[in-house]
Write a protein that binds this ligand. Structure first.
Ligand code: TRP
Length: 365
């Protein structure tokens, strides 16, 4: 079976370091293994509109931001198809048929939908489009016959729902769709990178993000304002790692070679952590180290982004070509889906012939 990766993001803002360690970095690594027959990276503008219906301008303006972040991180249009969801109308058609295979109560039980409804104060009146977006996400994934979907943990319920739709479809209409596998980040810190304030989620509205395109001075300011252990007051005090954002970020970003480069008096992160817990290691020193690490990680991304920003029409052209290719692939799947559902009347010569015979026989009687 072919190996196909598909994933994507809603274009509601620039991408931040949480996106990077949660999924982006992995996508680029996977892309560069050359193991995949096809890779599709989607800017999910239609999905973003399900909870931003009154603000299409926000979505429109952020498509380019996400595309720039993607390419700055190393997603390469020569190896991965970058496309815009709304430009592949076949996805809507697939969603429409999948809707018949999902119940309202099943959608109501989807944990991601549940928590997002709360977050957006939709309890009293949920837009139907928003309520059904897990179904459209199943269309995104199955249209490309994706086998691997690298996403954050919050997307797990979406993948579960997709698998259910695949099983239901295949059992009702015959083997047609491919079951995807979710690929989660491999460590806890990457799975759920907190904001710089230590709050569980990094989000624009909380103002606790470090963006991929952030300038060096701002990265530094943010690192030095990070939440640590509030009881670690004097350097000699023993410190706690639990909920200590600086160490969580080190877990997510630190590579062994950074010790040699920036903090040669420690062998590795375990040694640094042990010293902090024992007492005698100040927050400032750890923050200085984290700042060096983040600067080293983000500098190449920022530089590449600035280069890409010089030719915006070229980026749109990449998205246009990618969307064209994506549409061809989705159209082929849609054709197979419609054939499986027996709604391919004009292509079904057997149907036309058999009915012609039946009516002819009726007339001869
Ligand atoms: N739900 C994803 C997000 O909020 C975006 C998305 C839409 C997606 N369709 C997808 C991710 C298909 C993976 C596969 O970021």
């Amino acid at each position: 079976m072919k190996k196909i990766m598909l994933t994507g993001d809603r274009p509601t803002g620039r991408l931040h370091v949480g996106h990077y360690v949660g999924s982006l970095r992995r996508r680029v690594e996977l892309q560069d293994t050359g193991d995949f027959d096809d890779i599709f990276i989607m800017i999910a503008d239609a999905q973003a509109l399900t909870d931003n219906a009154d603000n299409p301008e926000k979505v429109r303006q952020n498509i380019i931001e996400v595309a720039l972040d993607y390419m700055a991180c190393g997603l390469d249009p020569e190896k991965s198809t970058l496309f815009i969801q709304s430009q592949v109308p076949e996805l809507c058609e697939l969603s429409f048929y999948y809707m018949n295979l999902v119940t309202v109560s099943r959608l109501q039980r989807n944990p991601t939908v549940k928590s997002e409804i709360q977050m957006r104060n939709f309890e009293a009146s949920i837009p139907v489009g928003f309520f059904t977006y897990p179904i459209s996400q199943a269309a995104d994934i199955t249209a490309f016959k994706a086998t691997v979907v690298p996403v954050g943990e919050d997307q797990m319920p979406m993948l579960e729902q997709t698998k259910e739709i695949v099983h239901k479809f295949n059992s009702v209409y015959g083997e047609t769709l491919v079951e995807p596998k979710i690929l989660l980040p491999d460590n806890e810190a990457c799975m759920r990178l907190p904001g710089i304030d230590g709050k569980a989620k990094m989000s624009k509205s909380l103002g606790n993000c470090i963006y991929l395109s952030e300038e060096p001075e701002d990265i530094k300011k943010k690192v030095f304002s990070m939440f640590t252990d509030p009881n670690h007051i004097r350097i000699e005090d023993p410190g706690s790692l639990e909920g200590n954002t600086v160490f969580t970020y080190l877990d997510a970003f630190c590579r062994p070679e950074y010790f040699l480069e920036f903090l040669p008096e420690y062998k590795d992160l375990d040694e640094l952590k042990a010293h902090y817990q024992r007492g005698g290691l100040g927050d400032m020193k750890v923050k200085r180290f984290l700042n060096n690490v983040l600067q080293a990680e983000l500098e190449p991304i920022r530089t590449r982004r600035k280069e890409l920003q010089k030719d915006i029409p070229a980026v749109y052209e990449i998205l246009r070509k990618g969307s064209e290719k994506a549409e061809k692939v989705a159209a082929q799947t849609l054709k197979e889906v419609k054939a499986a559902m027996k709604i391919d009347y004009f292509a079904d010569e057997e149907l036309i012939r058999a009915q012609a015979e039946k009516f002819a026989a009726d007339a001869a009687e």
